[in-house]
Design a protein around this ligand. Structure first.
Ligand code: HEC
Length: 138
């Protein structure tokens, strides 16, 4: 009987796994590329290189690649004040772009895996959800 129950629930778990669509990293990056073109491209540019002293780069950005949670927070709450990207000081303002957690995860997966950026992990909406605004105070 116990064995029967085990297989009963185990089998059910497998069924749910296959029925509930799981988004792959590749799919997330594809969705993220569309979001990038709609929302980010006009500032951060076609190759994520930024613009002069006004807009920091995303390509090879140490800020982005070393502060993934802070970068997510910037997209979730907006970002303003002094930041240093690859040794250069920026003191601008990026408004909250109106993206939901899922869209932020997708665009993060995109910018973390473009223009030579390479991030092994995968960001999903629940990770974005968990990041509090207080992260900026640390
Ligand atoms: C209106 C112009 C504008 C738009 C649109 C914009 N950004 Fe930004 N972004 C900025 C500015 C300016 C900063 C620097 C803010 C500061 O100095 O505090 C910044 C900073 C960043 C940073 C952290 C610094 C770095 O370069 O690594 C990331 C990551 C980022 N933006 C990603 C995005 C993504 C993704 C989008 C699209 C969803 C986007 N931005 C849309 C202007 C913009």
């Amino acid at each position: 009987m116990k064995l029967f129950l085990f297989f009963h629930f185990f089998g059910f778990g497998i069924l749910v796994y296959f029925l509930v669509p799981q988004k792959s990293k590749a799919q997330s990056i594809t969705n993220g590329s569309l979001i990038y073109n709609d929302f980010c491209y006009r500032c951060h540019g076609v190759n994520g290189v930024g613009r002069d002293n006004l807009i920091p780069p995303l390509k090879s950005s140490d800020y982005l690649l070393k502060n993934i949670s802070l970068s997510i927070a910037g997209l979730k709450y907006g970002l303003k004040g002094e930041i240093i990207v690859n040794g250069k000081v920026y003191n601008g303002y990026m408004a909250y772009q109106g993206l939901d957690n899922e869209e932020i995860a997708d665009v993060m997966n995109y910018i973390l895996n473009q223009w030579g950026n390479n991030y092994e992990g995968f960001i999903d909406a629940s990770q974005v959800e968990k990041i509090p605004k207080s992260i900026f105070e640390k």
